[in-house]
Write a protein that binds this ligand. Structure first.
Ligand code: SF4
Ligand code: SF4
Length: 194
């Protein structure tokens, strides 16, 4: 099992899920529909799994008819991350296995992407998703970790001005590497400014 699963997925309190089905009702992807089709044609497993269950809406308006609050929440979140963002060209999807009672009719066979949702602390969840608070806390935890590393680096650099020794120099290198690694890992979520 990789670190990601040990650190995130396995600790995710599954009982927070309200089983409301909103995350199956209207979704989108960062990858445009045409690109997803192309990837699926080239046997990309994630694209194939997604297109096996999700059916595209003809337009954003059609998706809004299904559930406007979910569509608007996704667009608003993307705009808050990037003020230049435009929803033009976005494709929304609904899952063909979602029953009228908002329960999955394919539960035992559902793909990994369903089992892993919300797959990162930055996943856009529908309004009132039971994971909202927990995801917020997880995001803060990661930011705090990087801030602590930066504080340690400052302290070490201060120490270095008073007393240069091999041990301090090595520790500085270790902490700098940790910071760079974490910033790289979360770059798309704005980690350079944390
Ligand atoms: S939207 Fe959240 S609470 Fe509702 S089913 Fe999906 S993961 Fe569970
Ligand atoms: S397969 Fe089931 S769990 Fe997965 S998106 Fe569809 S309804 Fe939801």
């Amino acid at each position: 099992m990789d670190n990601y699963e040990e650190n995130y997925l396995n600790r995710r309190p599954q009982d927070l899920c309200k089983m409301c089905g909103k995350c199956c009702k209207v979704v989108t992807t960062p990858v445009p529909y045409e690109e997803l089709l192309e990837k699926a044609k080239n046997n990309d497993k994630a694209a194939k799994d997604f297109l096996d269950i999700f059916v595209p809406f003809d337009s954003i308006e059609a998706a809004r008819e299904k559930d406007a609050s979910i569509v608007d929440n996704i667009i608003d979140t993307m705009k808050s991350d990037n003020p230049d963002f435009s929803p033009e060209g976005m494709t929304f999807y609904t899952c063909k296995y979602l029953g009228k009672d908002n329960k999955c009719t394919n539960y035992e066979e559902r793909p990994a992407l369903c089992r892993r949702f919300p797959a990162t602390p930055w996943a856009i969840t529908p309004p009132d998703c039971g994971f909202e608070g927990w995801l917020f806390w997880k995001r803060e935890e990661i930011k705090e970790k990087i801030r602590h590393e930066k504080e340690e680096l400052l302290e070490l650099k201060l120490l270095k001005t008073r007393n240069v020794n091999q041990q301090i120099m090595e520790r500085i290198q270790v902490v700098e590497n940790k910071i760079h690694k974490n910033i790289d890992l979360y770059k798309k979520y704005g980690s350079e400014f944390w």
